[in-house]
Design a protein around this ligand. Structure first.
Ligand SMILES: NC(=O)c1ccc[n+]([C@@H]2O[C@H](COP(=O)([O-])OP(=O)(O)OC[C@H]3O[C@@H](n4cnc5c(N)ncnc54)[C@H](O)[C@@H]3O)[C@@H](O)[C@H]2O)c1
Ligand SMILES: [Zn+2]
Length: 355
């Protein structure tokens, strides 16, 4: 089986277990740090069908008493209504302060269940079992949770660190190609941020046999960056590489272009803008584009600078009259630069270029 464990030093610190087939012994892993109790599994309709039984069985074997709340799969469910429903479920099931919430699913489930566990009875224990590549390398680590409001994505949320994270890479076999590619975009982002060797490893597409090691490295990088800045006021902004323009692309497409795909295009555009502004070494944008293409990801988006700028203006990363942008310097190093909001349109224009 082979489990890699990464110790994340965010909040009180916790382990991320990564391995093939470890879902069937998740109960045992959880029992190492949480004594047997009621375990409320929160999952979505797709993941529930595939993995709820395995997780339930393993929890029972380890002495836990599981119950399950399943919501309709998809981003549209990540709202206050589902959150409220999940909280009512926890109350109806008699979950107490000494019990546990288990988030079983992708980033939507992790965000929903994380939020619910953080506010139910003012906070009970949480274990994350991510089942998408994106949630393994990104959303299950770092402690951010959120739901969407009518006014925008992720506008209501809390910080909630889990007791542990269990990543079974075998779950990724059932993932649709496009959803897998979304996660690959975030993994490539970590390479651009701090690790040239990780980045180079994606040149021929993701080596699926090497996924436990790749995920461990991404988790390590995210953990280091998040630990230095648990509440997202400084260096954690580096994790937004490609995201300011990426979010704008998502918005312009009315969320038809998925997050990772939009971030991929956003990374190329900000690198190209950086080359023009002198923050980024020449050739970096093309190097990023090459690796993204090899992973079935887009390197541009069909929107002009005006449209993208308008969409980007509502980004949370805006602060007063300036906006924080992350520019690659070279592959393996990036920096956060604050620029006046009034320059954003022109910066985006440099990024859009004449693709
Ligand atoms: N909290 C954070 O730090 C953070 C970071 C990044 C993204 N996010 C959030 O994560 C969400 C995106 O995450 P996501 O892409 O995992 O979305 P998701 O949870 O909706 O999963 C994508 C789709 O794959 C299905 N699925 C999940 N695991 C599967 C499996 N093993 N086999 C087959 N199908 C499976 C799901 O049912 C869903 O239909 C967004 O809401 C985003 O805002 C949060
Ligand atoms: Zn992202």
């Amino acid at each position: 089986m082979g489990t890699i464990s990464v110790n994340i030093d965010v909040g009180k610190g916790y382990e991320v277990f990564i391995g093939r087939g470890i879902l069937s012994c998740c109960g045992q892993l959880i029992a190492e740090s949480v004594s047997p109790c009621r375990a409320a599994i929160i999952t979505d309709s797709n993941v529930g069908k595939l993995y709820l039984e395995t997780v339930t069985r393993s929890l029972v074997r380890a002495g836990f008493k599981p119950c399950a709340y399943t919501f309709e799969a998809g981003e549209a469910s990540k709202n206050m209504e589902t959150l409220s429903d999940a909280l009512e479920f926890l109350a109806d099931s008699g979950i107490t302060r000494s019990d546990l919430v288990v988030a079983l699913g992708g980033g939507v489930t992790g965000d929903m269940a994380g939020f619910a566990s953080g506010v139910y009875l003012r906070g009970i224990k949480l274990v994350q079992i991510p089942t998408t590549l994106l949630s393994m390398v990104d959303s299950s680590v770092g402690g951010k949770t959120a739901v969407n409001l009518s006014a925008g994505k992720n506008l209501a949320g809390i910080f909630k660190q889990p007791e542990m994270v269990v990543c079974d890479t075998d779950c990724l076999h059932t993932l649709p190609e496009q959803t897998f590619a979304d996660g690959a975009a975030e993994a490539i982002k970590y390479g651009v941020l701090t690790d040239r060797a990780l980045f180079d490893g994606f040149e021929g597409g993701v080596d699926r046999g090497d996924l436990p090691r790749i995920i461990a490295r991404c988790v390590e990088i995210k953990g280091k960056i998040a630990a230095a800045d648990e509440f997202d006021v400084g260096q954690r902004r580096l994790l937004n590489l490609g995201h300011t323009i990426g979010h704008a692309v998502e918005k312009c497409s009315n969320f038809e272009i998925p997050h990772g795909h939009a971030v991929a295009a956003g990374m190329v555009m900000i690198a190209r803008a950086g080359e023009n502004l002198g923050y980024t070494q020449k050739g970096v944008a093309e190097a990023i584009a090459g690796v993204l293409r090899a992973n079935g990801l887009p390197v541009s988006a069909p929107y002009g600078a005006d449209e993208l700028c308008k969409a980007a203006m509502s980004d949370k990363k805006r602060c007063g009259g300036s906006i924080s942008l992350v520019f690659p310097e070279y592959i393996g190093s990036c920096r956060v630069v604050d620029r006046p909001v009034s320059e954003l349109r022109d910066i985006i224009e440099l990024g859009v270029g004449n693709q």
